[in-house]
Ligand binder design. Structure first.
Ligand code: NZQ
Ligand code: ZN
Length: 388
């Protein structure tokens, strides 16, 4: 484990079919005013809303609702949420939904008492929080982002065509998260597989960096094998509790800072994908899927040894009689076949991307230095072309 690091994850997790009981244990720790944040209404159809509200009422809470958080939450919605949180003097923000709802709740939590414009302060200038932070709790209904146990908060500014994530410190992590795998069973298949690929991408972004012998890489290989195994089962039978619960737990560990320890980390797919999202409002995991194979083919020559290890340890490729490069490429071919079997979107043209958007998408793509190749603006354009 190279380098020096601090590890602390303050989020308390309640996991399993009875996880919502945890909400009763957590609520007494906070004041009476709760801002209840949710999305477009899925929680009303599947009954989660009723169960949560019943517990809030039983615990004597004053509820102010903040519904309508859209996938890829916008800066305008953020301003609206801050006004609501301020008016109701929220003691706790309870997010009930997927990554968008959890991310938004964190953005409201740090922005409500921010004197400056939060979009400029946190997203354009990447400044730290120096004002009051409203505590956040999550009841997760969609799996993939890891937002339930991290400080990530991604906000889209459709006016500026920018989608930017700020990774806040552990003072902004949810105080608690309720993870009941049965809540994810009502997800449409498109969302389920998008979330599965989001998980895979989070792991790969951290795995494809560094050349040292690092325990985090072994952990990630295990997580990837479990994800591939369980996702194949879940696609066949979305109601398989064992598979769905494994996927939920892998998602949390893929992006709760643990496997990043000792790693440089890449995150370039997560720079290109969201920039596409800013132009098209496409589903997050699908944007990653559509650029991943072209991206990894592009950087493979700069990290052959790791791609070979990925092929043998994750996909079970037999290296006998093959060059390192051949083994590495076979690994990517296995990954591509798996992605197609899941039904992921493999072409950015399907989101409505046209060639005249390439320059803008590349301009909105931050160029990171932690992976095997530091991309140039033109490299991003080449990858976009190959992703059409
Ligand atoms: O809005 P409702 O009606 O609830 O419907 C949602 C939404 O349309 C639906 N859904 C959620 N749970 C459901 C359900 N439908 C039926 N049954 C359920 N149980 O699913 C749709 C998508 O939800 P959303 O929250 O947008 O998906 P996801 O969890 O993928 O979150 C995406 C957002 O998270 C950001 C993405 O950029 C994007 O903005 N990310 C956050 C990260 C983090 N915090 O660390 C990292 C990720 O890389 C990602 O960037
Ligand atoms: Zn992601």
């Amino acid at each position: 484990m190279l380098g020096n690091f601090m590890y602390c994850n303050p989020t308390r997790i309640y996991f399993g079919e009875n996880a919502l009981d945890g909400l009763k244990k957590e609520l007494p720790k906070y004041g009476k005013n709760v801002l209840l944040v949710y999305g477009g209404g899925s929680i009303k159809k599947n009954g989660i809303y009723d169960d949560v509200v019943a517990i809030l009422k039983a615990c004597g809470k004053e509820i102010t609702e903040d519904p309508g958080v859209m996938p890829n939450p916008t800066v305008d919605k953020l301003y609206e949420g801050c006004a609501r949180a301020k008016t109701c003097k929220a003691d706790l923000i309870l997010a009930v939904g997927g990554g968008s709802v959890c991310d938004y709740a964190k953005a409201v939590s740090v922005s409500t008492y921010c004197d400056e414009d939060p979009w400029e302060k946190y997203y354009l200038h990447m400044e730290d929080v120096d004002n009051e932070i409203i505590p956040v709790g999550c009841v997760l209904t969609m799996v993939g982002t890891g937002s339930e146990m991290n400080g990530g908060s991604v906000i889209t500014n459709p006016h500026q065509k920018l989608k930017i994530g700020h990774v806040f410190g552990d003072n902004v992590f949810p105080k608690f998260s309720i993870l009941n795998p049965t809540y994810t069973m009502t997800l449409p298949k498109y969302q389920m597989v998008s979330g599965i690929f989001d998980i895979m991408s989070h792991i790969l972004e951290q795995y494809f960096s560094g050349e040292d012998d690092n325990t985090s890489d072994y952990v990630m290989e295990g997580l990837l094998r479990s994800l591939i195994h369980s996702s194949k089962i879940a696609v066949e039978n979305p109601n398989d509790y064992e598979a769905r619960s494994n996927i939920m737990w892998i998602a949390t560990w893929a992006l709760n800072t643990f496997v990043a320890k000792g790693k440089a980390t890449d995150w370039e797919v997560h720079m290109i994908g969201p920039s596409i999202g800013a132009y098209t409002n496409a589903t997050h995991g699908m944007t990653l899927a559509a650029v991943s194979i072209p991206y990894y083919k592009f950087i493979l020559p700069y990290g052959v040894a790791k791609f070979k290890r990925f092929a043998t340890e994750v996909w079970g490729v037999d290296p006998t009689g093959k060059t390192d490069r051949e083994v590495a490429e076979e690994g990517l071919a296995e990954m591509e076949a798996y992605m197609r079997s899941l039904g992921l979107v493999m072409h950015i043209s399907e989101f409505g991307v046209t060639e005249d958007m390439f320059e803008g998408i590349a301009d909105g793509t931050f160029l990171n230095e932690g992976g095997y190749k530091v991309l140039t603006h033109d490299d991003v354009i080449s990858i976009l072309k190959a992703s059409m």
